[in-house]
Design a protein around this ligand. Structure first.
Ligand SMILES: [Zn+2]
Length: 462
């Protein structure tokens, strides 16, 4: 769960401060493109990152903002108040975000808003906020829900060339950044699902919420949805919205009203079957990791290989036989690289994961990993990066999670578990033996050029 609605006095005071600092909600000019390579980490502790000229902003645990300086790779909490204990909502680093963007020198993030008004708590639903780059000067930018839903499942909106793209009740919308959505949001695709308030996504007759992943590349805004097939199985399916055509239609009012005109949102790809790309862990349902760039969808299949498909022609091309290097893995992409970590299935049996009846695959929980294989987007294996120094430096490393790759470095988290106190030799029964577990989340950077691996910060928890 990323969202915390804290009912503390401090939370309310800070919420009230935010409310009073945000009287206007005018449209905000923004020309930024969607930062593809910052929006791939599934790791729940560090899945929000954005890049600026000088560095990276990153939310640890979904609510502590840090800044990593690009040149030195040094990290600092985003709060310089000397008197601050950094433990409540008055701290400048306290940002609870579903997303993180930078545009024109400000940070943007989403959060659910509960405010005290006339002695009552009022739910304002999910909203976009902004703050100065040092965490001060917080403002409400925009609502993301037409009616507050109290829902805790959210689709991450994206910002692309001044528009915020988001889902609400099964409908795909866009609105100028900062615009009042009741006036300014345009419905682009989908039909409102009766009784489904909020950004919880339901498509067709899928009985549970399946989050749509938003993306953009050049003139197109994409979303990946898990769509029910005629035989009752499900497939991840990619849709594209043509932003240039949408602008042309706006200028040419006639076209906009023409019902025979080509739709602006089209299906452009769906998860291939095994006869096209072979078997993998989630055969026919979802690809392990995908990245849209320059008219291609690049994807990695854990249990299979590395592929791409040209969206215009639908032609597939295998880029590398990655299964020969590692049978399973976790991948992240950039416009230059596909970085593959040789993770392994966890050594305990897990139940199969059921997407829906007739569409079952064995879900493998992958852990560990001690080598990154860096491929070019064309499939050439460029280098191997050993993470052995991390395993030597820290006891009990059980997992590695790739977070992002930028500026010649792969950022990843090594998770370590160690038992402290009690009878330390009894690792299996540490709790009964009076021990405690210490967890280390160690953010590291592996340099693609030099192979050097450095520790950026060790977040410890007991
Ligand atoms: Zn602080």
């Amino acid at each position: 769960m990323r969202k915390f609605i804290k009912m503390t006095v401090a939370a309310l005071l800070s919420a009230l401060t935010v409310a009073s600092a945000s009287s206007c909600s005018g449209i905000i000019e923004s020309t930024v493109e969607f930062q593809r390579d910052m929006h791939q980490s599934d790791y729940y502790r560090l899945d929000n990152v954005c890049e600026t000229d000088d560095g990276y902003y990153i939310l640890y645990g979904g609510h502590e903002a840090y800044f990593i300086e690009k040149e030195t790779h040094r990290i600092a909490l985003l709060c310089t108040k000397p008197e601050c204990a950094h433990n409540d909502d008055t701290c400048n680093a306290n940002i609870s975000g579903g997303v993180l963007w930078e545009s024109d020198g400000r940070l943007y993030y989403t959060n659910s808003t509960l405010l005290e008004e006339h002695g009552k708590l009022v739910d304002h639903g999910e909203r976009i906020y902004s703050t100065a780059l040092d965490g001060t000067d917080r403002r409400v930018v925009q609502d993301l829900e037409f009616e507050p839903s109290g829902s805790s499942t959210h689709v991450y909106p994206i910002l692309h060339r001044g528009y915020v793209y988001f889902f609400y009740s099964g409908v795909f919308y866009r609105s100028p950044l900062g615009g009042k959505i009741k006036k300014r949001a345009e419905a682009l695709w989908g039909e409102e699902i009766e009784g489904q308030k909020g950004s919880l996504q339901v498509y067709d007759s899928i009985p549970v919420g399946h989050n749509f992943t938003l993306w953009a590349d050049g003139d197109f805004v994409y979303f990946m949805a898990n769509v029910m097939q005629p035989d009752g199985t499900y497939k991840d399916t990619l849709f594209a919205f043509d932003t240039v055509k949408a602008e042309e239609n706006k200028k040419d009012k006639k076209k906009d009203d023409d019902e025979t005109a080509e739709p602006l949102v089209k299906q452009v790809w769906e998860t291939p079957d095994a006869d096209v790309v072979g078997e993998w862990t989630e055969t026919g349902v979802s690809v392990t990791k995908w990245y849209v760039h320059d008219g291609y969808i690049y994807f990695y299949l854990s249990g299979g290989d590395y592929w791409r498909c040209e969206l215009a022609s639908g032609e597939y091309e295998k880029l590398a036989d990655t299964h020969e290097v590692t049978p399973y893995g976790k991948a992240i992409f950039t416009d230059e690289y596909m970085c593959l970590l040789n993770s392994v299935p966890e050594d305990r049996s897990l139940p199969g994961f059921v997407i829906a009846e007739g569409s079952r695959y064995d879900y493998l929980h992958l852990v560990g990993g001690d080598t990154f294989y860096v491929y070019g987007l064309d499939g050439e294996l460029l280098c191997e990066l050993s993470l052995s120094t991390i395993y030597e430096q820290f006891d009990g490393v059980v997992n590695v999670e790739p977070i992002f790759c930028s500026d010649g470095g792969i950022y990843f988290v090594a998770e370590a578990e160690t038992v402290i106190g009690g009878s330390e030799t009894d690792q299996d029964n540490w709790f009964l033996a009076g021990g405690k577990k210490k967890y280390d989340y160690i953010l590291c950077r592996a340099d693609i050029e030099t192979g050097e691996v450095e520790v950026i910060i060790d977040w410890e928890r007991t």
